[in-house]
Design a protein around this ligand. Sequence first.
Ligand code: NAD
Ligand code: UDP
Length: 336
Amino acid sequence: MVDANGRSVGRSMRILVTGGAGFVGSHLCERLLADGHEVIALDDFSTGSPANVAHLMRSRRFWLVERDVAQPFDYEIDRVYNLASPASPARYQCDPVRTTITNVVGTLNALSCAERHGARLLQASTSEVYGDPEVHPQPEGYLGRVNPIGVRACYDEGKRCAESLVMDFHRQGRASGRIARIFNTYGPRMALDDGRAVSNFIVQALRGEELTVYGSGSQTRSFCYVDDLVEGCVRLMEHPVEVGPVNLGNPVEVTVLELAQEIVRLTGSASRIVYRPLPEDDPRQRRPAIELARRSLGFEPRVALRQGLYATIQSFRAALLGAGECPRRGEPALAS
Ligand code: NAD
Ligand code: UDP
C-alpha cells in the first residue's frame, strides 16, 4: 500500500481492477502488484486483451477473470478501481447503448460490491464530462458543455451518471468514493487499432501510410503518459479525504497537427499528413487545470510528450513486428 506521496506503507490489500486487461488497467495492475497487493482484473476483453496482462500471470497474487461488468459480481476486496469502459471514440460509438450500460450499470455493480465489503472505489471518469468546453483550461468546478443527444453522449453522459452514482453512494455512507477525471492518456499497450489520435498516427507513420488529421488539426489536446496517470490514480485512491472529482492529466497542450508532426519526426517516417472531416461534437480545446491534484496529491506529471511518444513508438514498433509486419524503419530522432 502507498501513502498520498506514493511511498509504500501499510498492509497489503486485495484490489479489484475492472477493465484490468485494457491499456490503462494493465499498467495499473502492474503497479499495484509491485506495491505488494493482490489484484483481480475483471474484463470482458471487448477493447482489451489477456495479452496485456500475460506478463502478470506468473504472479500468485494476480487473477484475471473474464466477465461483463454490467452483470452483478462479488469479490471480497478492499479497493475497486472501476475502469471498465471503452475509451476511444471510435470504439465507444460502435455500440453506444452498450457503452451507456457499461458505464451506468457497471459502476452501480462495482459500487454495490464495494458497499458489501466496506471497500473504497475509484471511478475512472473523463475530461469528456466537460464536453466541448467554453472554459479553458478546465477546472473541476466547471460543469461542462455536453451535447446530451450527440454521438459522444453514450460515453459522456454515461460517465457523468457514473460520477453521480459514486457521489450518492458516498453521501449515503454506502461506499467511500474517489473520482479521477482523466485527460487524454497514451503509452505502450494502447490497442493498435483503437482509432485514437496517438495510436492511429504512430501506426500510420510506422507503416508509411498517410497520417489522417481530422479537421484542420487546430483542435487541441493535452497528452499524459500512462505512468504519470497511474501514479495520480494511486495517490487519489489512498488520499484520506479527497472525494470529489480531481483532474488527472498533463497540462502541456498541443494541437492535433503538432502531435502528428512530432510523431512523423520521432518515427523518422516519410509519411504525409492528410486532412479528413472533423467528427461530430469533437471538442475544440482541452487542457486540465491540475492545481487541485498538485495541492492535495502532490501530483506532477514527469514524462514529457516527446519522451513518452518515443517509448510508445518503440513499443508499437515491437508490436507490429510481433504481428508479422515490418514497419518502415526511420531512425528515432529523440536525441537530436
Ligand atoms: P481500454 O479500452 O484500453 O480499456 C478498457 C477496458 O475495459 C478494456 O480492457 C475492455 O475490454 C474493458 N471493458 C469494456 N467494457 C467492459 C465491460 N462491459 N465489462 C468488462 N470489461 C469491459 O481503454 P483505456 O484507455 O485503458 O481506459 C480505461 C478507463 O480510463 C476507461 O474507463 C476510460 O473511460 C478511462 N479514460 C481513459 C482515457 C485515456 O485517454 N486513455 C481518458 C479518460 C478516461
Ligand atoms: N484525431 C485525428 N486523427 C485520428 C484520430 C483522432 O485527427 O486519426 C483527432 C480527433 O478528431 C480529436 C483528437 O485527435 O480531435 C483526439 O482524438 P482521440 O480519439 O485520441 O481522443 P478524444 O480526445 O477525441 O477523446
